[in-house]
Design a protein around this ligand. Sequence first.
Ligand code: ZN
Length: 148
Amino acid sequence: MTAAAYAMDTDTAPPRPTGAPTVNVWVCLDCGARQPEAGTCRACKSDEVLDARKEDVRALMADVELRLRDRREARMRWGSVAIGVGVVVLLWMIPGYWAARRQVFALPVLMDQWGLMILIAFGVLKIGDRVLAHKRFPYLDEQQHIVD
Ligand SMILES: [Zn+2]
């Protein structure tokens, strides 16, 4: 929208109800698809299509999003630890690895190996965070308003 159009819009249009959607007001809780009419979801055929003009429906959407994120983060933490440990254990099986380790970066009580596991796990977590950070309701902002 241009600045002029925006100015005209704010001058003439009545204030929009707080954060409520205007066109695709029906939201599917199961897949996040939006549509203009009630009934079953066009995308996944779920019956859980709710009116996002209602504040409590938007609160419910935020709640669903939060629970999905918690579950995803817990899974990713365990997954990244498993990958960190797995990669280092695989390194141990490479012939010559221990000899090279003694020459290059050996620390007492295998601290270097623990550090390597943590480093790999942390890297996997960071990458996973970017790749898998998929939101069911990307159009719902922090204030539980619909942004089109
Ligand atoms: Zn759906």
